[in-house]
Design a protein around this ligand. Structure first.
Ligand SMILES: C[S@@+](CC[C@H](N)C(=O)[O-])C[C@H]1O[C@@H](n2cnc3c(N)ncnc32)[C@H](O)[C@@H]1O
Length: 282
């Protein structure tokens, strides 16, 4: 098959594999053979924006002339950013009722008056802001320093997260008392209050880049939910071991309820609290 004749509408098997490998090397996201259409859909717009003629031209461009902004645009194009407030609420219940009191007590015994939580693939911010609201609701945390870090590989979702403005889909699971207290309805756009926004520090962190992840340390709880599903086992192992390193001893990790660390690590002990699995650093 000639690669020279390929148009943006057709992605040859060979170019697909090379693009797929390039994306995997940079992000850990693994696109299987049967998802060629996914890459075609996601990249055709970028190719048009760049005025390139074909997927082959784009591949060549990525390999030899891409700027940091081009790589960021690629990350925006290939990531899936689905999220909403209070997603998988039973995990937040365990956070509020079990982990926070325990961690505050343990940290106090170590002379610490803080709690550090990291939302490691935060998308448009619903997850870290849910955590922030939960922390604000806990009166026993009034005198405790609350640090919430939230990161993602996609700059466009981070920009949206920093704005703190949401549509009906994102807010549909928020309990009414939180809605009334922390949001202003501006004609169907829900504006998050400043006291929630200021608790969260957004950062661009690529989870497979050791140097980037190592900016954080001494974290009490990590939320790394609904992102490992896009990685293959090798990338999952790398990310989980980097998360292990940024957690404080006996710190906790939440992954998505449909995800598993089976065959990925033995460095975490699964703990079941109220039917919810939380992984504890051993
Ligand atoms: C489906 S969203 C999950 C959002 C949130 N954690 C939740 O569970 O609702 C997955 C996010 O992972 C991010 N992501 C994908 N690969 C990543 C990587 N290598 N490093 C950091 N973030 C990544 C995507 O940009 C996307 O925003």
């Amino acid at each position: 098959m000639s690669t020279l004749t390929a148009s943006p509408q057709t992605l040859s098997e060979e170019t697909f594999r090379q693009l797929r490998d390039f994306i995997y090397e940079k992000t850990g996201i693994y696109i299987p053979d049967n998802k060629k259409y996914f890459l075609e859909n996601r990249l055709s717009r970028v190719i048009k924006e760049k005025n390139l003629r074909s997927y082959d031209d784009y591949l060549y461009y990525l390999k030899y002339s891409a700027t940091k902004a081009d790589i960021a645009r690629l990350f925006d194009a290939v990531t899936t950013n689905e999220t909403f407030f209070f997603r998988e609420p039973q995990q937040f219940e365990v956070l509020a009722s079990n982990l926070i009191p325990q961690i505050v007590k343990e940290n106090a015994q170590m002379g610490r008056k803080d709690i550090k939580i990291w939302s490691a693939a935060c998308s448009t911010g619903e997850e870290p802001y849910t955590i922030a609201m939960i922390l604000l609701e806990k009166t026993e945390l009034m005198t405790i320093r609350k640090e919430i870090y939230a990161s993602d590989i996609s700059e466009s979702v981070l920009m949206s997260a920093r704005r703190g403005m949401y549509g009906g889909y994102s807010v549909r699971n928020i309990p009414p008392q939180y809605m009334a207290k922390y949001f202003k309805d501006s004609g169907g756009v829900y504006i998050l209050s400043e006291n929630v926004k200021t608790l969260v520090k957004f950062m661009n962190i690529n989870l497979i880049e050791e140097r980037e992840v190592r900016q954080l340390k001494g974290i009490d709880i990590v939320f790394c939910r609904n992102v490992l599903i896009y990685f293959d086992d090798k990338a999952k192992k790398k990310v989980v071991s980097l998360i292990y390193d940024v957690l404080r001893p006996k710190g906790y990790l939440f992954i998505g309820t449909s995800e598993s660390l089976h065959n990925i690590t033995r460095a975490f002990r699964p703990v079941v609290i109220n039917k919810v699995i939380v992984y504890q650093k051993v």
